[in-house]
Each structure stands twice: as structure tokens, then as C-alpha cells.
Design a protein around this ligand. Structure first.
Ligand code: SF4
Ligand code: SF4
Ligand code: SF4
Length: 258
């Protein structure tokens, strides 16, 4: 990671999107007062959704949404990386491939034909990859969409040149601290035991299940997970299939996996 130097001018920050629904950009727009604070400390020099200006010099920080799904995107992210001191990947699409990774369950030509019809060979497409499988990523902000307080924290760390450690405890830890009744006790399966926390159990605290959008916890509490599977007579393959909705892009990490 390269520190952003403290200079008289504000750091130049750009937002870029690749294959995604742009929902994480909406979360940025919804930051409210926190966004105003951040905007006071930086110069946003490119952000397609809100401005038409382009920046022709290097960036201090780039904030990247979306996955790499064709050759053009691969070339584009490499060029952006070459011009950036610090790169933040934000959202499940950028950090782990997210829902775009479901494409990788199919033969590429099969899925191209399904989407583009008989002229599918005219349309470029490659297997879905998260950003860190193509270029080096300095910071990750997980989630679909991102959890706004975490994005603010990561941007502050990036501007100060400080590390940010992605929480690596299961969502269940935060869920229990929030004193929620477990979804399993309500007869509904939930991916919290296998999923990285850091979202303050956003979904389960609001009456929903965890869908695994922050990616797989590195050191899952295997005994606890096995206990859940045993206690509620779950099919482990079914859990894995559910997990695949966000987590199909695992191999080939330039960063060594995050
Ligand atoms: S992570 Fe989710 S909300 Fe964000 S861009 Fe991807 S699909 Fe949309
Ligand atoms: S399984 Fe889901 S609902 Fe139960 S404690 Fe874990 S995160 Fe909460
Ligand atoms: S509870 Fe699960 S699905 Fe919801 S934001 Fe957190 S990690 Fe994502």
C-alpha cells in the first residue's frame, strides 16, 4: 500500500464502476453528513454518476465498484491501477465477484448464447473475476451493498495511509451481541456461521437471513457450524449452493486471497 502524501492540495479521488448494479454508489450518495465530511477532505475528480469531467493526471485514491467480466474491463482496470496510488475495492461484485460470479457456474459460450442470442460470438465475455484477481487491491469494503460506516472508516484509513483489517469473525458474533433470536430457532436457515462479519449483522438484525454477501470467513468456527448443521438437520450441499450466490470466484488471487 502506498501512503497518500499529506500536501497542501486535497487528495484526488475517483470513483469507477465495472459490471455491477451500481447499488454501492447509491450507498455513497446516501451517506449524508458523513459524505459531506469526506467531501471536505478530498477532491472528487471523476465519478460518472454525478459529473462529466475527466482527470488526466494520476489519482491519489480510486474507489472501484463491480467485477471484471470482459477483456475491455481487464485492460481498463489495469490502466486505472497504473495511475493510482491507492485502490479501494467496494461491494461484493468488486471484492469477491458477488452475484456476477454465478456466471462461472456455466460454460462461457452457453451463457453468452443465452444472453446475446445467435450472434453471441460478437460479444466479448470472460469468466467473472473480482478486482484483486486482476490487479493489486489495497483496501476491501465487503457487502452487497456495502455497509456505509465501514466505507467511511476505510476511506479515512486510505487518506491517512493506515491499514484497515477486514473483520474475520462470523456474522453470528455480531448477531449475538445484538441479542437477535437466531433464524435457525425460527426454522429458517441462515449463512451467518460461514460469513465474514463487519456489517453489524445488518440483515439478521432487521428480520432477514444472512445471504453470505461479505464472503467466507477465513477460519470458520467449524465445530459451531457442524453443530448447526447437525442440530437443524441441514444439507451441507444446500448450504454450499446458497453460499455460491455470492462466492463463486475463489481461485487466482493476485493479493493471495482476502
Ligand atoms: S455489491 Fe451488490 S449492491 Fe453493490 S454493485 Fe454489486 S450487486 Fe450492486
Ligand atoms: S445463524 Fe444467522 S440468525 Fe443465527 S446467530 Fe448466526 S447470523 Fe444470527
Ligand atoms: S448479514 Fe450477511 S447478507 Fe446481510 S450484510 Fe451482513 S454479511 Fe451481508
Amino acid at each position: 500500500m502506498t501512503n497518500v502524501p499529506i500536501t497542501a492540495t486535497k487528495p484526488k479521488v475517483a470513483f469507477f464502476d465495472f459490471a455491477c448494479c451500481e447499488g454501492c454508489q447509491l450507498q455513497v450518495a446516501n451517506l449524508g453528513e458523513a459524505l459531506l465530511d469526506i467531501l471536505g477532505a478530498i477532491d472528487v475528480v471523476e465519478f460518472r454518476e454525478v459529473m462529466s469531467e475527466k482527470w488526466d493526471k494520476d489519482y491519489d485514491v480510486v474507489i472501484i465498484e463491480g467485477s471484471i467480466t470482459d477483456h475491455h474491463a481487464e485492460e481498463r482496470i489495469k490502466k486505472i491501477r497504473a495511475r493510482s496510488k491507492v485502490l479501494i475495492a467496494y461491494g461484493a461484485c468488486a471484492c469477491i465477484g458477488g452475484v456476477n460470479g454465478m456466471k462461472n457456474s456455466f460454460e462461457l459460450d452457453e451463457i453468452r448464447q443465452y444472453v446475446y442470442g445467435k450472434d453471441f460470438k460478437l460479444f466479448d465475455s470472460v469468466k467473472t473475476r473480482p478486482i484483486h484477481q486482476v490487479v493489486k487491491v489495497d483496501y476491501f469494503v465487503n457487502g452487497c451493498p456495502i455497509y456505509p460506516p465501514e466505507l467511511v472508516e476505510v476511506i479515512k484509513c486510505a487518506l491517512r495511509g493506515l491499514p484497515y483489517t477486514v473483520p474475520d469473525n462470523p456474522v453470528c458474533v455480531e448477531c449475538k451481541l445484538n441479542e437477535n433470536v437466531c433464524m435457525y430457532d425460527k426454522g429458517v436457515s441462515c449463512l451467518g456461521p460461514w460469513t465474514k462479519g463487519g456489517c453489524n449483522s445488518w440483515c439478521t438484525s432487521n428480520g432477514n437471513i444472512c445471504y453470505g454477501c461479505r464472503g467466507e470467513v477465513k477460519n470458520p468456527a467449524k465445530n459451531a457450524a457442524a453443530e448447526v448443521i447437525g442440530k437443524y438437520k441441514l444439507n451441507a450441499d444446500l448450504i454450499k449452493n446458497k453460499f455460491d450466490m455470492y462466492n463463486k470466484c475463489k481461485e487466482g488471487d493476485i493479493n493471495g486471497g482476502k
